[in-house]
Ligand binder design. Structure first.
Ligand code: UDP
Length: 442
């Protein structure tokens, strides 16, 4: 491992309670946050910072620790029954998780960790307690904000519970620093959660440019590799299948498109990658049923979750990638597609407004009316030359987002919160107080 730079922590306790960086993203709770943790932890380690990632053990057979990469160890914390818990059940296991986290540190000499970096509010609750006990700074990344999500719910989707909102508020007021993906997220943190503007750093996520890049003759080669016809129009959706991601909007738009432009039916392939997740798990067959009801069952391929290693071929094979989400704090899929040279049609929401340059690297669509989406898809499919221009611009745009830059900015932030430690009055934290009681009794 490299020597840590001056001012950087020697060892960071990274916390990701509800999803392990060892899981393949694309289904269940594993998505962009897993990619984020893997990419940043491995690069932090390459910069000389040792990283232990604490996550809840979800299987009795898991070893207590697994080396993810040199300098990055995943530590499985036993907290509650291994299987059968959903994310909504996890607040009830935070005492046990926090106790496990503290117990692990207690095996070492005092001052073992220099900093705690937590991902998502559940981790923030456990990490806040650890940071306070160890007297080290707490850096927190929200990843998504319940208040923003609840304001943009798909029709009939379940709102995020009040407990999560309170949990997020408490972490916002406890953390020494918050990382926001975009300026818009930073504004939301200040406006909706009363975060101190000085405590919010905007650090965009990145894209693995070694994995996601264009190839000469990439579209044809990828189609051959995937068994897709050379002469077809491929519209691709990649993401965890849940109402928030609005794959139904894409299906309705595809049905509208072939109704209004019947010649498209001959050539159109809608490929849907990803598995059920979140409230999408309640009715995992809904999308297949919807495609049948819309009369486009023959045009839609439900591929299931695809490993990161094979994804680049899918992006290269596509004429465009659709990201119709009701909300996205960033939208790594949009960035990955562009890095492979595929323009993106995305909803004009959240981080997608940063990830996609409207009219240059793709199109941003207002709202979720299938007719508007059909128009945007047709505009792209009907203009291959404009699409090729967008493809080049998309590659250049994506190259502006590298995980190395994310980690350099994160290291800079770690250095600032460490020296001198930003001392803040600790906010009243009912949840964390409850956790303290649980942990000391454990
Ligand atoms: N992903 C994947 N396989 C799939 C579907 C998605 O590896 O079948 C990955 C995708 O490459 C991306 C992440 O899951 O890196 C999704 O991140 P994004 O920010 O788009 O959405 P999130 O999951 O954070 O809501």
């Amino acid at each position: 491992m490299a020597q840590a730079r001056d001012g950087a922590p020697r060892r960071v306790a990274m916390v990701s309670v509800h999803t392990s960086p060892l899981e393949e993203p694309g289904t269940g709770d594993a998505g962009g946050m897993n990619v984020y943790v893997v990419q940043t932890a491995t690069r932090l380690a390459r910069s000389g910072v040792e990283v232990d990632v604490f996550t809840r053990a979800t299987d009795r057979g898991l070893p207590p620790e697994v080396e993810l990469a040199p300098g990055v160890t995943v530590k499985h914390v036993v907290a509650g029954p291994y299987a059968g818990l959903t994310k909504d059940d996890l607040p009830g296991q935070l005492c046990a998780f926090s106790a496990g986290l503290l117990r692990e540190e207690a095996r070492h000499e005092a001052g073992y960790y220099d900093l705690v970096h937590t991902h998502y509010w559940l981790s923030g609750q456990a990490g806040a307690l650890a940071a306070e006990r160890w007297n080290v700074p707490l850096v927190h990344s929200m990843h998504t904000l319940a208040k923003v999500k609840n304001a943009a719910l798909a029709a009939g989707d379940r709102p995020e519970p009040a407990l999560r909102v309170h949990g997020e508020e408490s972490v916002v007021h406890t953390a020494d620093a918050l990382i926001a993906n975009t300026r818009a997220e930073a504004r939301d943190l200040v406006r909706l959660y009363a975060a101190e503007p000085a405590h919010v750093d905007v650090i965009p996520p990145g894209v693995d440019l070694q994995r996601f890049h264009p190839e000469p003759d990439g579209r044809n080669a990828a189609r051959r590799a995937l068994g897709l016809p050379a002469a077809c129009d491929v519209v691709l959706f990649v993401g965890r299948l849940q109402p928030l991601k609005a794959p139904d909007v894409l299906l309705r738009a595809a049905a509208d498109l072939v109704e209004r432009h019947p010649h498209r039916r001959e050539r159109l392939v809608v490929a849907v990658l990803g598995g059920p997740s979140g409230t999408g798990l309640d009715r995992p067959d809904d999308l297949q049923k919807l495609a049948g009801e819309l009369g486009i069952g023959d045009l839609v391929r439900f591929v299931g979750p695809v490993g990161q290693a094979s994804l680049a071929d899918w992006y290269r094979a596509a004429d465009l990638v659709a990201v119709p989400s009701h909300n996205e704090s960033f939208g790594l899929v949009a960035l990955e597609a562009q890095a492979c040279g595929t323009p993106v049609v995305a909803a004009r929401v959240g981080g997608l407004r940063t990830a996609v340059q409207d009219g240059l690297t793709g199109l941003l669509v207002d709202g979720h009316q299938p007719r508007d989406w059909a128009r945007a898809l047709e505009a792209m499919l009907a203009t291959p030359r404009a699409r090729d221009r967008m493809a080049s611009a998309a590659v250049a745009h994506a190259q502006g987002f590298s995980w190395d830059a994310t980690v350099a900015a994160t290291l800079d932030l770690y250095g600032r919160v460490q020296r001198p430690r930003l001392l803040r009055p600790r906010a009243v934290r009912p949840l964390a107080a409850a956790l303290t009681a649980g942990a000391s009794g454990a």
